[in-house]
Design a protein around this ligand. Structure first.
Ligand code: NAD
Length: 378
């Protein structure tokens, strides 16, 4: 079968769904690979690089979609892309079926088989190698620190130089999931003093192991809402949490927020008053912009200055590190392809008895198969 890689069409999207190193591996599994011309441009991968790895280059999107049995993409397809898709074709990409019912109907009408990489059952340890949510969150957490460092007027590490003594920057990370932990590790490696908080007590050890200090809210309530995710906290907890965050806001130079609750708007953790209380020149990077933001003053997609504080609300942090995120994403999709093609004969088999594959499959031959039942084995 032929795997096709279109150029991403979402404005500003720089990632691409495969890279030359992975093209070689897909070919070893028995597939042929076609790449739309200039698909890798924004990630610094040229057509010649793909060709050297064994891919063929096709001139335009229409040809790519029409001649591919399976399409690998990053962003979910637009209605135009679905219309280019082969009837009965297969697709692997981010889909977010819960937020995109119309797209799901269009994909079903085309009798497609679609594996939504965002629907991977993450509690299966076997699925970790395919977990693009984790790899993209890791890149984003790293990039959030780079954005903070770029907007901040001082060093992260403390220094004693002939020109004077420089104190280390203080960084507070709100939410210590995958992205938050990546941010903690990156900020600590640059030499900052890092503190972090999460409603799930279980992450405290991980914060410490990455070089951070876990700061507790003075209120007993467990924040786990099942499946490793958070729940909405009680009003009493939220009040106590706001008091602690207000104190941190006065003390630190940089706040990075990553707090999300599945299916709910992002919790508002940083109020306008807290922003006002920060030192001039401080920076907030709000990674929850797409879900409404953790900070009241965030403008999703933009960097703004409010009360002398730069608030970065970019929603494309992974795309801003396009080569790295494309390489990791491509590797996640390769690991998935291995699972779909155990016979290594260049033909995929979407085995609905397999927990991981079942979870990912949101349409099969035109039937909507989302949401999947919870996986049997953990
Ligand atoms: P996420 O992006 O949904 O949330 C980010 C963090 O925000 C979470 O740690 C959450 O607890 C925290 N948060 C939510 N509300 C908050 C509040 N009011 N105040 C402070 N913090 C708040 O989470 P994620 O990064 O996708 O990870 C979710 C979980 O899934 C983690 O436990 C992670 O380890 C787990 N996970 C497991 C696997 C695996 O085992 N294969 C793979 C990936 C992720």
């Amino acid at each position: 079968q032929r795997i096709g890689i279109p150029r991403e069409v979402f404005p500003g999207e720089k990632r691409v769904a495969t890279v030359p190193e992975v093209v070689e591996k897909l070919i070893k599994l028995g597939f042929s690979v076609a790449v739309e011309s200039r698909a890798g441009d924004a990630a610094n991968v040229s057509d010649a690089d793909y060709q050297a790895a064994g891919a063929s280059i096709v001139p335009d999107a229409a040809t790519l979609w029409a001649t591919s049995d399976i399409v690998f993409k990053v962003r979910g397809p637009t209605p135009d892309e679905v219309s280019l898709m082969r009837e009965g074709g297969s697709l692997v990409s981010f889909i977010w079926p819960g937020q995109n019912p119309e797209l799901m109907q269009q994909l079903a009408a085309k009798k497609t088989t679609v594996l939504a990489i965002d629907c991977l059952p993450r509690t299966l340890s076997r699925a970790q190698k395919m977990d693009a949510l984790t790899s993209m969150a890791g890149v984003s957490g790293y990039r959030a620190v780079i954005e903070a460092a770029n907007a901040f007027g001082r060093f992260f590490n403390g220094q004693i130089t002939a020109a004077g003594k420089v104190p280390p920057a203080k960084v507070f990370v709100a939410g210590a999931g995958v992205a938050g932990l990546a941010a903690i590790g990156t900020a600590a490696s640059l030499g900052a003093i890092v503190r972090a908080n999460d409603t799930r007590a279980e992450v405290a050890d991980q914060v410490v192991s990455l070089g951070g200090e876990f700061v507790k809210v003075d209120y007993e309530e467990e924040g786990s809402g099942g499946g490793g995710y958070a729940k909405v906290m009680s009003e009493g907890f939220q009040q106590a949490q706001r008091a602690m965050y207000a104190k941190q806001a006065r003390e630190v130079d940089i706040i990075i927020t990553t707090a999300l609750i599945p299916g709910k708007p992002a919790p508002k953790l940083i109020t306008a008053e807290m922003v006002q209380s920060m030192k001039p020149g401080s920076v907030i990077v709000d990674m929850a912009g797409e879900q409404g933001g953790n900070c009241e003053l965030t403008v999703p997609g933009e960097a703004v200055v409010r009360h002398g504080v730069t608030i970065v609300g970019y929603t494309d942090l992974a795309s801003r590190l396009a080569k790295q995120s494309s390489t990791l994403y491509a590797t996640n999709l390769f690991r998935l392809t291995e699972e779909l093609c155990k016979t290594k004969d260049g033909v995929i088999d979407v085995n609905m008895e397999d927990d991981a594959i079942r979870g990912l499959t949101v349409t099969k031959g035109g039937a909507i198969t989302w949401p999947a039942p919870p996986p049997k084995a953990a």
